[in-house]
Design a binder for this molecule. Structure first.
Ligand code: 5GP
Ligand code: ZN
Length: 121
């Protein structure tokens, strides 16, 4: 979809730090992490939010959660919080469905970038 920042990331038109991919979803680090592990899991096809995704393409939602849980085990202990901001009043700012995979506990050796670390301070 035109002018969708996540569609542009998926198309490779905007850089991101990719951390994983499946047939239907991709995952990249949030540009402004709020936790030591803060990964966005995103369907490759455009849907406005997780509600639309659940109704229109539940297979893509399941795939997204499977990718997120796999990455939580890779990048942290496997414990994670999964947040879907849905609608402006809930704080959604990017209107391409996405889940925030967050964990306070990065796995040994997994470091955020300097830029990301300063955003945490
Ligand atoms: P929302 O508030 O819509 O649930 O979350 C959108 C998230 O996307 C925010 O946490 C924000 O930091 C992240 N974000 C916005 N633009 C970009 C970008 O260009 N690259 C990356 N990696 N994350 C982004
Ligand atoms: Zn999009």
């Amino acid at each position: 979809m035109d002018n969708c920042i996540f569609c542009k990331i998926i198309a490779g038109e905007i850089p991101s730090t990719l951390v994983g991919e499946s047939e239907l979803s991709i995952a990249f680090n949030d540009i402004n992490p709020r936790q030591p592990v803060h990964i966005l899991v995103v369907p490759k096809h455009h849907h406005t939010d997780v509600a639309a995704l659940a109704f229109d393409a539940p297979d893509q939602l399941v795939d997204l959660i499977q990718l997120g849980s796999r990455l939580a085990a890779e990048h942290s202990t496997g414990s994670f919080r999964l947040q879907f901001n849905t609608g402006i009043e809930a704080g959604q700012t990017v209107f391409h469905a996405h889940g925030h995979i967050m964990s306070t506990t990065p796995k040994n050796g997994m470091q955020t970038t300097t830029e990301e670390s300063s955003a945490l301070a």
